[in-house]
Design a protein around this ligand. Structure first.
Ligand SMILES: NC(=O)c1ccc[n+]([C@@H]2O[C@H](COP(=O)([O-])OP(=O)(O)OC[C@H]3O[C@@H](n4cnc5c(N)ncnc54)[C@H](O)[C@@H]3O)[C@@H](O)[C@H]2O)c1
Length: 187
């Protein structure tokens, strides 16, 4: 599978417009091994979308909030519910109480050790079993994580906005346009 096709299918599935001149195909592989950095509300949505693509394999997750990282809804802080944030937290179950198919597949992979869990995104970036990353952390992390991912040779799908500062934007795009990796943002 061409990276180009992977990025296109992922972006299309997420309802995102492509930015063709940011594409830099790195060759072809049978499957794209993806790591997800920030698996909260949006990161989980994106992961579920990417997992519908049979050419995607989830090999790593990263989050600093352990219940999200370990996919354990029972450990969510009760304050979140008191504050009315229920709808803004990832849900791993369907209405009938069974695990969503993607979460069931993920649980199997985590148990088997084929999907590794990281609290430090740099440790995920150092994982050679990760070809591409999806970044869905809070806005202020997007630019630095994208730059670090590209430096680590990973392809990147990053949530919008890529950066909150013009100076950071100017520093990050040259990496995207001249580096070895492909990037795409959901803006
Ligand atoms: N395109 C869209 O339609 C859309 C919709 C919603 C959110 N977003 C964007 O997605 C991003 C995430 O929003 P959300 O609603 O999912 O927020 P969220 O708080 O639910 O998720 C963010 C996650 O990032 C984790 N995180 C924070 N710092 C981290 C770090 N240093 N390393 C690893 N993990 C870290 C948090 O623990 C959390 O789980 C935001 O940039 C937001 O603007 C886009």
């Amino acid at each position: 599978m061409q990276r180009r096709d992977f990025i296109r299918s992922g972006a299309m599935a997420a309802g995102v417009m492509a930015v063709p001149n940011m594409l830099r195909a790195q060759g072809s592989k049978a499957r794209v091994r993806m790591g997800f950095i920030g698996v909260g509300n949006r990161g989980t949505q994106l992961m579920h979308i990417f997992m519908k693509n049979p050419l995607v394999e989830v090999t790593a997750l990263c989050d600093i909030y352990e219940p999200y990282l370990k996919r354990d809804e029972s450990a969510y802080d009760p304050k979140f519910f008191e504050w009315g944030l229920k709808g803004r937290m990832p849900s791993f179950h369907q209405k009938d109480g069974t695990l969503k198919p993607q979460e069931a597949a993920l649980a199997t992979r985590i148990k088997a050790g084929t999907c590794r869990l990281y609290k430090d995104y740099k440790a995920l970036l150092a994982d050679p079993e990760v070809d591409a990353v999806c970044i869905a952390t809070p806005d202020h992390w997007h630019a630095i994580m994208t730059i670090d991912a590209i430096k680590a040779g990973k392809d990147v799908y990053c949530e919008k906005p890529l950066t909150t500062r013009r100076r950071t934007r100017a520093r990050s795009w040259p990496w995207a346009s001249t580096g070895a990796a492909t990037t795409r943002t959901a803006s």
